[in-house]
Design a protein around this ligand. Sequence first.
Ligand SMILES: [Zn+2]
Length: 247
Amino acid sequence: MVEDWLVALMKGYNRASIEQREGYMAQVHLPGEVFQSLVWWALQALPDEILVGLDVDEHRQHRPEVEAAFSGTSVHDRLFQGQGHIIKEAHIVNRGDSYSVHHLPEEWTDGMFSANRGSRAGRFTHWLHTHPNAPAIPSGPDADAAQETTGVDLILGLRFSPEGPLPWFDDVEGTQRSLATEPAPKVKRKRSFFARHQLPVLGKAPTGHSIHDIQLIAFHKSGHGVNVVFVDDEAYPYGWDEIMATR
Ligand SMILES: [Zn+2]
């Protein structure tokens, strides 16, 4: 079950994805159930970042009417591997700091997992890593790591409290895609107790963290952004009826 507050956020994000469709030449459909797991795992792994491998469902394609609605005028339908297929499942592959997290541990490359992972021999189509208390904007090492990806790379940025050893860091330039309709305000360098407690709370995680912002981007190794659409069990976007009723 996906939490109601997260469903509401995914609806808002989907609406932004359709409004901004001209800025993208491809899209990727991510089930809300999988996304919720990613958010929980990200918080459970603190203070580490996690690297997650994502598999697509070979038998489940994007619904054509959804693909069409979220397509801009310049579409590239053969940009990456797995394109047009809905993401099926996620596996945590590594955890560490922003440099070490991109390296595949030995057990994922020595064949132990390749036997039960079929012909791809332990390699995933898409990769996602987390930015705890930082925006979802790729760093230099992120762009380098993406060059090995056959699908797309995703970054999940979370703003939460209690912050632990990771105060919110937003001194980076780039396009941000937030699930919050009103992005959390920038906090002055000297963060007071009062300022922290003024942040809006989007929801609570099972770890006890208050979540103030969730950001998600996807990009191809060429540097092009890929539009993310959150889909339900029926492969329809969250908020689909409302979106179509107002277009
Ligand atoms: Zn990163």
